[in-house]
Each structure stands twice: as C-alpha cells, then as structure tokens.
Design a protein around this ligand. Sequence first.
Ligand code: FES
Ligand SMILES: [Fe+2]
Length: 347
Amino acid sequence: MYALNAWYVAAWSTEVTREPARRTICEIPVVLYRAVDGRAVALEDRCPHRGYPLSAGRLVGDSIECGYHGFTFDCEGVCVRVPAQEIIPRRTFVRSFPVVEQDGWVWIWTGEKDLADVSKVPDTHWMTDPAWATVTHSFHFDCRAELIHDNLLDLTHESFIHTTTVGDDYIYKHGITVVVDGDVVSADRLMPSVAAPPLYATTMQLDGLWDRFHCTEFRAPSFHVLHSGITGEGRPREEGYLIKVLNGITPIDAHNAHYFYAFSRNFGVDQQWATDELVEGLKTVLQEDADALALQEIGLQTRPPGEFDVLIAQDAGVAKARKVMARLLAAERQGTITTADLEPSSS
Ligand code: FES
Ligand SMILES: [Fe+2]
C-alpha cells in the first residue's frame, strides 16, 4: 500500500526538539527528538513492553524513557534499562529509522535500511540560499496522498478553485508536455502572453502580458518540486520572476496525509510586505486544495466498485505518475523488510 523504500518528510527541523514528538507515517507510529548533540532521532513510537507510546515518556540524555514502566531506549532503539530487573530481555528493542536533516526538512527512510541512499533526498537548496526567500506551511489533508500527487500534476484545477490567487481561465487552455525519467515525472505547461494571476501580480508588482510557466517535477513517491514563474514575452525562463514550490507529501494512512509546503521566490526577497501577502495568499490556496481533496476523498470512498477515473489529455502527467507509483509498489511487494531492518545494528 505504501512505497516504504523512500525518503519521506517527517517534520520541519523546528518541530524536532528535546520534547519527544509523535507522527504517524505510512501507518507507522514514529517518535522524533533531538539527541544532546543536536542530531535528529526517529524511533518507532511503541514500547515493546506493553505498547505504550514512547513519545508520552521523557528524554534522559540521548535516550528515551517509556512513561509507563521506565524501559529506556538509546538512539539506535536498543533497550538500555529495565528498571524492575537487571536482565534486559533479548528482543527488547524498537525500530530506528535513518534520518537526514537538510535545508530545514527532516526526512526519514521507512524501508530497508541498506537501501537508504542519502543522495536520493530531493534538492531543496533554495530554502537556504540568501538569493531566495521562503514561506512555509504545514497542513493535514483529509485525503489519501495519491490525491495530492494528482492535484499537483494536473494544475488545470487552479482555473476553478484558486480564482482569487493563482488561477486563471487560460491555464486549462494550454496543454502540457510530460517527461518520465526513472522515478521522476515532469509535467510542463507554458502559457505565453498572459496576465499574471492576482497573487503574483501583487507580490511581483507587475501588470501587462508575460509568459507564465509551471513545471511539476514529481519525485516519486513523496516529493514535488514545482518550477514556476513569469518571464518577459519570448524571454528565457531563468530571466524571470522565479518560484520553487516544494511539496513534501507524507501518507499518514489510507485516508490522510501530511502536507509540508514551502514557497521559495527570487523576487522581493527583502520585502516583508510581499512575504506577508504570500503567507496569507498561499494559506488560502492550500486550504482550497485541502477542502477540495477532502470532498474528492469522500467521493472516492462512496464510488461503486467498477467505476474508475475518466482521464483526459490534461491528465497525462497523472497517468504517467500512477504507472511509476505502481512500479514502485510492485517492487516493494517483491522485497521484504527483514528482521535486520527492524533490529538495532548493535544488537
Ligand atoms: S509499556 Fe513501556 S515500559 Fe511498560
Ligand atoms: Fe491547488
């Protein structure tokens, strides 16, 4: 059901502190905290003694102590203390997850530990580049993660649900070019000689006609980089007002997802008023998506068996992405997470 051999955004860096935090990722309960040296730690959030969540316990140095009977686990998930007796039963451990912290995102690898390849963490360097300014939001979406992927790969919905911010009728009148490269699906749309949508026109301080573009780059199964912007008519994209919308989509369960959103821009970088406008405007955009996808989730849950989506040409990116996801899931079913993946490496 989930492509587990992947990096998923678990939290923003600011959310991982010396207070244990609980998060459910692909139906796995995870506790996140920082070791004394500042390193982010991710462990399964279920005590092997009797199932109490470790996140309800407390940190003791680098370890976490279960709040129920005091079993204590180090950063690798090894049980280092059972208060009521000297002997620690042999299979007393919790699973630990590889963690990468980069540009303000905390990623965890939910699959086979040997396959955790740090080079596969998506590039998000705009978040920390001083030539760019970034606005972030976090949302809980009442829908399966797949609906968010579809939403980002078919941006014609902007014409209908984002009319006051980033939408305009011309979007659905322009087709897309789709490219698949391994696990990356890109859907590119160029909209020549058009007006900027309301939120851009305000924050970019421009009027008249421009070439608008957006290219959704889906890095299956968990991240989208939306390369977007406005440039002069017939001019190269790199010359323009550029936006990188970074979208971390992390399944919670079959009907819920975490949405970690960052909007980086190369214009008005020092203009606080533009940042303030974008914070509010993008919150509106995301809430519109959240509301629409929650309704869609209800529609799908009540759809009779045997009825399927009717895809059109504008869904070419959606269709390709579904094929990539199906391949990842099929590969997942071939492999298995072994005992070695679950046990601490030092045990
Ligand atoms: S449930 Fe954790 S120590 Fe008992
Ligand atoms: Fe949207």
